[in-house]
Design a protein around this ligand. Structure first.
Ligand code: JEH
Length: 247
């Protein structure tokens, strides 16, 4: 997968040299490039923002630098197979919620292009013009306000990269983690069996995997009901077996 990121703070993405994303870049699974938006400015002050039409607080990112950046990173027209152009992702408080389902969708793309806004956001015409040439998705991490899109791109990129073939050593953990089956994961324990007077639940040391699976399932349901009742309502009917429905 090819990924391009455009930001006025390219140094925000230094952590992408680390850990599993760093490994994915080193082995070619992920071909990542970070670009400074100011590359596409032409004035001495390298201006990227201006006051909002219609008034209002703060500043808005000007369309010209963004237009040139997207032209450079997503050249050409939409090919018949639609694969020569990237999918443009624009983090925004006004975006669609970023979910594990969207992470899976993005992991299937061959080229992602992230536009990191700052100030109050990017001139709408940048997104409107881009949408005439490529798929554009405004995406939000959640109902809180960040300073800009960079942190969101780090989150989205980590969630997507984890899903790429070969990135996670134990692919099984993908199947069992939260949001894969619509439930929160059960509590985790490791050695020692007793720590500061707190013992690992006996069932997890029993070796009885049917019991262990049932315990984990019960704990997942209890945890989800307590912390994320919204997820319980969204469960596919087949996810809850007869015993679950009885409880
Ligand atoms: C009512 C009320 C919910 N409104 C909220 C937004 N307020 C304006 C306003 C304020 C600050 C910023 C800063 N900013 C610039 C680019 C940018 C990209 C993403 C995000 C972002 N914030 N939160 C997320 N989940 C995001 C994502 N993904 C924030 C960004 C952008 C926009 C207006 C009030």
């Amino acid at each position: 997968m090819r990924v391009d990121i455009v930001s006025i703070f390219p140094e925000y993405f230094a952590p992408l040299d680390l850990s599993l994303i760093g490994k994915a870049r080193a082995n070619g699974t992920l071909r990542l490039a970070v670009h400074d938006l100011r590359t596409w400015t032409h004035d001495v002050h390298r201006t990227v923002d201006d006051t909002p039409y219609g008034g209002g607080p703060g500043m808005v990112m000007r369309p010209e630098p963004w237009g040139e950046a997207l032209d450079a990173l997503a050249p050409g027209e939409l090919s018949p197979d639609g694969h020569t152009l990237p999918r443009l992702l624009v983090p925004s408080p006004a975006g669609v919620p970023f979910t594990q389902a969207l992470a899976h969708e993005l992991a299937a793309e061959s080229h992602l292009l992230f536009a990191c806004g700052r100030y109050e956001g990017i001139d709408q015409r940048v997104l409107d013009h881009a949408a005439t040439r490529m798929p554009v998705t405004e995406v939000s991490l959640g109902d809180y306000v960040l300073f800009g899109g960079e942190v969101a791109v780090l989150v989205i990129l980590e969630a997507v990269t984890r899903l790429l073939p070969g990135v996670l050593g134990n692919a099984g953990s993908l199947d069992e983690e939260s949001h894969a089956h619509g439930l929160l994961e059960a509590p985790l324990y490791t050695k020692p069996a007793s720590w500061r007077g707190l013992d690992v639940p006996e069932v997890l040391r029993s070796g009885d995997h049917a019991r262990i699976d049932r315990w984990r399932r019960d704990e997942s349901l209890l945890r989800t009901a307590a912390r994320r009742p919204d997820m319980i309502g969204a469960l596919a009917p087949e996810t809850l077996d007869k015993r679950d429905r009885a409880t």
